[in-house]
Design a protein around this ligand. Structure first.
Ligand code: HEC
Length: 159
């Protein structure tokens, strides 16, 4: 009996640790693509920060402008070669691409509702965007943010 539990435990533990280390997909990208990805991340973060004073002062037009820039900042839409596009699709798991799409979709929604002046929805989509950061980082960037390793991912979650 104890043997069975022991075997199950070992099987369980090795599955868990496999999951923890499977995010090296991003680390396997070429230096050029990783540089672009980082650039995009820093731009997104800057946009998220700038939205706060714009929103707080009731400048929804500016919120809309910033959200529009975030929504169009797809790394896949950057000036990259076809070979690099192929590399992204080959090395990044489908779950990553889906999370990225979802993130940009929320940014598009934020652009839209702030343009229309729907203040309460602006707060809603802003929080959706924030959740997306954690949702993707905990699964695909824990090499960069080790404290997120045990954070349950939100949104599209496939295991
Ligand atoms: C679809 C996935 C995904 C989403 C969504 C995402 N990130 Fe990231 N982010 C990454 C990955 C992957 C890395 C690590 C890149 C690397 O190691 O090369 C990263 C790294 C970063 C970094 C570190 C850049 C550096 O200099 O090393 C910052 C800052 C960042 N993200 C901010 C954000 C913010 C803020 C949000 C949400 C508003 C966000 N990210 C949403 C995938 C994502």
């Amino acid at each position: 009996m104890n043997k069975i539990i022991g075997t199950l435990l070992i099987a369980f533990i090795s599955t868990v640790s496999l999951n923890c280390y499977s995010e090296s997909d991003v680390e396997s990208l070429s230096p050029e693509l990783r540089a672009l990805l980082k650039q995009e991340m820093l731009a997104i973060q800057e946009g998220m920060k700038n939205i706060v004073p714009a929103f707080a002062s009731g400048n929804l037009k500016e919120v809309s402008g910033i959200a529009g820039k975030i929504s169009k900042s797809f790394i896949l839409k950057q000036k990259i070669t076809d070979t690099q596009k192929h590399e992204l699709h080959q090395k990044l798991p489908k779950a990553f691409i889906l999370k990225d799409k979802e993130f940009h979709k929320y940014a598009g929604m934020l652009e839209h509702v702030s343009e229309k002046g729907h203040t309460e929805l602006v707060g809603f989509y802003y929080s959706k965007l924030l959740e997306s950061c954690i949702g993707c980082h905990s699964e695909h960037a824990s090499h960069r943010f080790p404290t997120l390793i045990n954070e349950p991912a939100k949104g599209t979650h496939h295991h």
